[in-house]
Structures are given as C-alpha cells and as structure tokens.
Design a protein around this ligand. Structure first.
Ligand code: FAD
Length: 451
C-alpha cells in the first residue's frame, strides 16, 4: 500500500485547500521560501513495546544491560573527528592507499576552524618567515586561493584568514575526491577493545548505537574521546573556553561620528567577507569536559556577546554594526592530552632537537621562534594499541599546548597520523611498530616538510 499523501491530500488534512490555488500560483523561488508543497511517506511502523535494551532502574541504580551492536561499517583506517587534523588524516591515509572512513558528530567538517569560527590560521611559519606547514595544509591554502572570497592575507610572513563556508565546501570536495567513506551526525561514544588493542569504535546517531570495525583508529576528536574510552593514559587539563562570533557592517562605521570616541571592545579582525569581522572571546579557564560547565559557558558567553553588541550599537558612529552570529561550536581549547611514547617539550624548541622519528615540523603563532620537530611517539599511546592521536590532543607538555593546538600544527599531525595508520593497516602491524622511515618517505611524497 502506498502510504504517501498527495499534495492535495496533504492540504485537505491541514484544512487549507483554499490556499492551494494561491500556493500553486507562487513562483518557484517564493514557494521555496514558504517551505511548502512537500510529500512525505511512512517507511516503517513501530508498535509501542518494552525495549529490552533500555537501561532499567534497579535498587536505586540505573543498569544498562549488555547487548549486541549492529555493525555499521568495516574499514582499514577509521578517523573519528572531522576537524583540521581529522580531514588531513583521512585524505592522507586514503592517498597512501588505505580504505578510510571518517566519522563526525556534527553535520559539517572543519571542527573549531569552521564550526568554532576560528578563522585565523596561525602557526604555519617560523622565524625568518619560513613556511613549515606544507603537505595537505598548504594544499588546502592553495585551493582556497583559487576560490572566490575564501581566504585573505596569503602573503609571505603573514597569517591568512579564511571563510568558514569555503573551508566546509573544500573539505567535502577533498574527501569526495579521495573517496573517503563519511558518516556525519555520528558521535563516537566508546572504543571496541580486546587485550589493550582497539578494533574500532561505537557511535550514537539517529540510527541508534552502531559499531565500526577498523584495523587502525585515529582519534582526531580534539578531546581524546576514543583513546580515553580505550583506556589510554592521558592528562586532563583546564584551559580557556570561549566563544567566537562574527560581526557585520564593520564597513558602515561612521568615521566622522566615531572620531574621538573610545573604540568599543570585541569587534575582532577582518575576514574574507568585506565588512565582516570575527571576534575571539577568550573566556575563563575551566574544564571543557564537564557538561555543566560547557552549558554555563555557552549561555554566559552568548548573553555577554549580545549585550556587548547592544553597547557597541549605542556608541556614536557604530549604530549600524550588528551581531551576525555566534559560533555554533563552543571554543574549547584543550581538554585531554595523550600520554604518549614521545612528548613535545618546550626545551626542544630552544635546543632545536632533531628526532629520528620526526613526522612533521611545527610553526609559531607569529614567527617568534624557530622550527620544532614533532616526534611520531607523541601520537602513539604508551599502552593501548591500534589507536593514534592527531591534532590538539597529542602528547605535549603544558607549555607547548598553545603551539600544538594551532590549526597548521593540527594539519601536520593529522597528515602524519593518516599516513602512519595507512602503513600500519597495510603492513598488518601495530602503529607502534610501523617502519617510521616508510612513513617519512610517504609523507615527503605527499609534500610534507620534515625539516
Ligand atoms: C576560541 C579559540 C580561538 C582559537 N584561535 C586560533 C587562531 O587564531 N589560530 C589558530 O591557528 N588556532 C586557533 N585556535 C585553535 C584551533 O582552532 C584548534 O586547536 C584546532 O581547530 C584543533 O583542531 P583539531 O582537528 O585537533 O580539533 P577540532 O578542531 O576540535 O576538531 C575535532 C572534530 O572532532 C569532532 N568530534 C569531537 N568529538 C567527537 C566524537 N566523540 N565523535 C565524533 N566526532 C567528534 C568535532 O565535532 C570536530 O569536528 C583557537 C581555538 C579556540 C577554541
């Protein structure tokens, strides 16, 4: 039986058949604006019944029964998290010949770079304005160069600023070109582990709780959600949690009226869109893993940004400036940091330490110091196998956190994790046992800079 309703039936059900003629006379564009004229259909019908997999309340405790999980997918390399590190990891692993799947909790790629509206790409250069972020990070920059309104300040020695929508578009293009399997709207909630070895991860989505099996998993969640669930050792840190916003009509400030008036705060700096700024609210140092704190930060920051904008608009000359949007994603900087086989240390910047297992070179936010090598060991958990960290959660001492987490440095560690995971999957070995020279060779073939 066809359960779908025709448009006429639908209008009759709603009792608005009288408007049908009027609706159909609308031009297509207007109809779209009215969001009308759709059809929907029933694909399945569920009777209400006791769900035996649901938790129950027993003796004052909530008990989750064990259950078999449906297998969603099987892959060589599973990347959890589609931010700057995760997308570089996925594309690099695929280009290195592995079958790759990337899973992201939100509906778009880019992580804090796009959803967090962190638009300034700091840290691709070092002293002397030498560019150390090459490979996939630089490929993205070059591709953004060719897109209208996607990037500004692409000059030697200057940190570029991007448009978040352009980056989201580019990342879709790159994962599709590479033929990476994608699952969006899937939240990684657990790791599948036997004897300290990770075999995949468990996800929650609108389709329920499902598993993906993999030969190697890359944790690019920024928060180390997967390696923590797998039982890897890590440090839990506090850092500033802020919220970025975009401000419009910056090109409509009445300069004559504004002359001599103190410049309002939190108006940020320019973006590729004329008249639009991005403003970075630092926020207090709190625990970015605590749900009550995250909730409070979202609500407090949003109130602060709105109220601040009302003050801005009351400032002579700034009446037309307005709040375009607050970022959909809260600005969580650092939470869990892996305890790895290696660790990025500040003294190694000063000593210009060279590592035999170098997999990339990090840059500085404003070219204030020289290049520093990133050892492969900083991506590899001490005890747990078949999982690698990439991005802001790799092993780095506290003092290095603000360098490691910069976007280009996340490109670099994501790129390296992707190649290493592909090599491990193809050679049938644990990531800790990969032939590092082989990883380094492929990274160089993929135009990464290793010093
Ligand atoms: C307010 C603020 C300002 C900043 N300013 C700058 C700056 O000016 N310049 C600069 O270079 N850097 C800046 N940074 C740092 C930079 O934005 C981040 O460190 C960088 O984006 C980290 O990249 P990542 O890929 O490691 O993690 P993220 O960007 O956090 O990406 C992680 C991805 O994983 C997804 N994810 C998380 N958990 C799960 C899960 N359990 N299951 C599935 N998916 C999951 C997320 O949705 C996200 O897409 C700033 C950061 C903040 C917060």
């Amino acid at each position: 039986m066809d359960d779908s309703l025709s448009r006429r039936d639908w209008l009759r059900v709603l009792g608005i058949s009288g408007v049908a003629a009027g609706l159909s006379s609308l031009r297509a564009g207007d109809a779209a604006a009215q969001d009308s004229g759709f059809q929907s259909s029933v694909v399945d019908s569920h009777e209400v019944q006791a769900n035996r997999a649901s938790p129950s309340f027993v003796d004052g405790k909530i008990i989750q029964p064990s259950r078999e999980l449906p297998l969603l997918h099987k892959t060589d390399v599973l990347v959890v998290g589609g931010g700057p590190a995760g997308i570089c990891a996925a594309v690099a692993a695929r280009r290195a010949g592995a079958d790759v799947t990337v899973v992201e909790r939100y509906g778009h790629f880019g992580g804090l770079w796009t959803g967090g509206l962190v638009l300034l790409v700091l840290g691709h250069i070092v002293k002397g304005n030498k560019q150390v972020c090459q490979g996939l990070g630089e490929e993205m920059m070059r591709r953004l160069d060719k897109m209208d309104g996607a990037i500004v300040d692409r000059r030697p020695g200057v940190n570029p600023t991007v448009d978040a929508e352009a980056v989201k578009y580019l990342m879709v293009e790159m994962v599709e070109e590479a033929k990476v399997k994608v699952f969006l709207h899937c939240w990684g909630v657990d790791a599948i582990v036997n004897d300290n070895t990770v075999h995949g991860a468990v996800f929650e989505s609108k389709s329920g709780r499902q598993a993906i099996l993999a030969k190697t998993v890359i944790d690019a969640t920024g928060d180390g959600d997967v390696f923590a669930a797998a039982g890897a050792e890590y440090e839990r840190r506090l850092h500033n949690v802020g919220l970025v916003s975009r401000v419009g009509n910056m090109d409509r400030i009445d300069q004559a009226k504004a002359r001599g008036v103190p410049k309002p705060r939190y108006l940020g700096r320019h973006t590729p869109i004329p008249g639009v700024n991005w403003a970075n609210l630092r926020g207090p140092e709190v625990d970015g893993l605590d749900i009550e704190t995250l909730t409070k930060m979202e609500m407090d920051h949003r109130k602060f940004i709105w109220r601040n904008m009302q003050k801005v608009r009351q400032t002579p000359g700034y009446e037309k400036v307005y709040l375009m949007e607050t970022a959909p994603q809260l600005g969580v900087r650092i939470t869990r940091v892996l305890n790895g086989l290696g660790r990025v240390m500040f003294k190694d910047i000063l000593a210009e330490t060279k590592y035999p297992d170098v997999i990339g070179v990090g840059g500085a936010s404003n070219a204030q110091h020289g290049e520093w090598q990133i050892p492969y060991g900083a991506l590899v958990p001490k005890k747990i196998d078949n999982v690698l960290a990439a991005g802001r959660c790799i092993d780095a001492e506290m003092r290095m956190a603000d360098l490691v987490r910069l976007i280009p440095n996340c490109f670099v560690t994501g790129h390296a994790a992707g190649v290493a995971a592909a090599v491990a999957a193809q050679d049938g070995c644990r990531p800790r046992d990969v032939e590092v020279p082989k990883v380094q060779k492929i990274l160089k073939q993929q135009e990464a800079y290793l010093g």
